[in-house]
Each structure stands twice: as structure tokens, then as C-alpha cells.
Write a protein that binds this ligand. Structure first.
Ligand SMILES: Nc1ncnc2c1ncn2[C@@H]1O[C@H](COP(=O)(O)OP(=O)(O)OP(=O)(O)O)[C@@H](O)[C@H]1O
Ligand SMILES: [Mg+2]
Length: 268
């Protein structure tokens, strides 16, 4: 099982767009995918057509974390809570009560940093999924720590903007800590340029900076601003099920991103 944590503490950079459509693209490539929504805003859950209001906290990913916090974690406790979306991506949904998860984790032994790794290890004994994708909230803290501890690779969506680059520097610090403190020494890191249009002078400057500073971390596939990625959320479909304009290009780019990731991480 390969686990991708889509993270950056800056809001609105396209974490959820990337997580949802990357999960769908892996599914298109014939893999079994589990998408875990770790954001109390439940954007990914909503995007893939799940009725958040009809879901109890216990049926969401929060139920899994409560099991883990009370030593009741089992593989079936996880898979029983998984919802299969219309597009075939399996999902552990988010719930608004997940807003309290950071303080629950902080109060736990070791800040709960290994809870998600434990949950995924429980699944990995008979892995029902090839790929796990984590959608993170725009914040530093125990949820990010727990996700980076469990991930094979952290994927940061970035634009060529000052605040985004600063958030990237902060994320790199977290990744370095997670590696260095032996929490997850083999954690990999990649940068995905999303909503990208390095045309203006200022954009070109940041683009060069990214290439100079993070050359080895840059994913080659660049995702531009495209209506399909903005509008598919309104009809609550991933781009492989959405039929609006510009969707063919967006689909091709996400499939290209999947092949790049499979080249990097293999396919276990
Ligand atoms: N490549 C793109 N082209 C056009 N619109 C995009 C693209 N990527 C994301 N968007 C849109 O930008 C908005 C913000 O994206 P998204 O919700 O994925 O960001 P986020 O990083 O998850 O935000 P948050 O930090 O609040 O969770 C959404 O309306 C999304 O549909
Ligand atoms: Mg989001």
C-alpha cells in the first residue's frame, strides 16, 4: 500500500482538488484506492457526493481514530466504515466533529502521531487497497504530524505566490522533523504545481525560485487553471465522471501524474 498525504498549511491551493482527482485517476488506472478525508470541512467527502449531514461522527474517519485512541482498532472496524463512491473510489469520510481531533490527539500518548500509521498497518496485513490518499486541512499540528508519519510521500500543491512558497518552506520543516526524529525516516516529498500560470513577471520569478530551490522535488506534470477542476465540485463529481469543457486535458494530466507517481513509488 502506497500512501500519499496531500498537504500544505495555506488554504485554497488545491489540496482537495488534487486528492479527489488523484484518487479517481488511480482508480482509472485500475487500482483500489482509499481516500481519507482528514479535514473537518469535509470538502473531499462532499465533492465525491457523500451526504455529510446524514453521516454520524462514528461512521466517519473519526470513528476509526476513536477506536485507535481506545485500543479497539481492527481491520474490519476500518473497512466497515468505508463508503464506496459512485466513481469507485473508497472513502473514509470526514465529519464536522473532526474539528476536535487535534486536541484529542494532543492529549494522547506521543501526541497520537502513530495513530494513522497503526490504522494503515492494521489494513496492510491483508491490504484491500493499493493506494491511500489523505486530504489534509490547511494547518500545521497533530493531524499533519500523524499524516506525515503514515505517508510514503507527501504531495504539496503549490502556486507561484509568496504566501504559498512560505507555506512550502514550513511544510519542508515538518517533513525534515518527521524524517530526522525517526518518526518516518523514509518519508518522500514532492511538489505539484497546480493552478499554475507562470506568465507574469512576478510569477516567473517564483517559478525560477521553485526550480532553483526544489528542482529535485518538482513533479514534471504541471496542472494549469482549468474550468473542469473548478466546476466539477459544483456537480460533486471527479473529473473522470464530470463531462464539462476542458475535461479531456485535465483527465490526461491526472493520468500522467499517476504514471509519474507509479514510476517514483512503484505499485504495491
Ligand atoms: N487547477 C485548477 N484549476 C481551476 N480551479 C482549481 C484548480 N485546482 C483547484 N481549483 C479550485 O480552487 C478552489 C480551492 O481548491 P481546493 O478546495 O482544492 O483547495 P484546498 O487547498 O483543499 O483548500 P483548503 O485549504 O480550504 O482545504 C476550489 O474551488 C477548486 O475547485
Ligand atoms: Mg481542502
Amino acid at each position: 500500500m502506497i500512501t500519499y498525504a496531500v498537504a500544505l498549511e495555506k488554504g485554497g491551493v488545491g489540496k482537495t482538488a488534487l486528492a479527489v482527482n488523484l484518487a479517481a485517476a488511480f482508480r482509472q488506472a485500475g487500482l483500489d484506492v482509499l481516500l481519507i478525508d482528514l479535514d473537518a470541512q469535509a470538502s473531499a467527502t462532499h465533492w465525491l457526493g457523500i451526504d455529510v449531514a446524514a453521516l454520524t461522527a462514528d461512521r466517519s474517519a473519526l470513528g476509526v481514530f476513536n477506536d485507535a485512541l481506545t485500543g479497539r482498532l481492527t481491520a474490519s472496524g476500518i473497512t466497515d466504515r468505508v463508503i464506496t463512491t459512485a466513481g469507485g473510489v473508497h472513502m473514509l469520510a470526514a465529519h464536522p466533529q473532526m474539528a476536535g481531533l487535534p486536541s484529542q490527539l494532543s492529549a494522547a500518548t506521543l501526541g497520537g502521531i502513530f495513530l494513522l500509521s497503526e490504522a494503515l498497518d492494521t489494513l496492510a496485513q491483508a491490504p484491500p487497497y493499493d493506494v491511500v490518499v489523505l486530504d489534509l486541512p490547511p494547518a500545521r499540528g497533530p493531524i499533519l504530524g500523524m499524516a506525515l508519519a503514515a505517508a510514503t510521500r507527501c504531495l504539496a500543491p503549490v502556486q507561484s505566490e509568496d504566501l504559498v512558497i512560505r507555506a512550502l518552506v514550513a511544510l519542508m520543516e515538518s517533513v525534515t522533523q518527521v524524517r530526522g526524529r525517526r518518526v518516518n525516516p523514509s518519508l518522500q516529498m514532492s511538489i505539484v504545481r497546480n493552478k499554475y500560470m507562470p506568465r507574469s513577471g512576478a510569477d516567473r520569478v517564483y517559478d525560477e525560485l521553485l526550480r532553483d530551490e526544489y528542482k529535485d522535488l518538482l513533479i514534471e506534470t504541471v496542472i494549469p487553471v482549468r474550468a473542469a477542476l473548478r466546476d466539477s465540485v459544483a456537480v460533486r463529481q471527479d473529473i473522470f465522471h464530470y463531462g464539462g469543457p476542458e475535461v479531456a486535458e485535465a483527465r490526461a494530466l491526472f493520468l500522467q501524474l499517476v504514471s509519474e507517481l507509479i514510476k517514483l513509488d512503484g505499485q504495491r
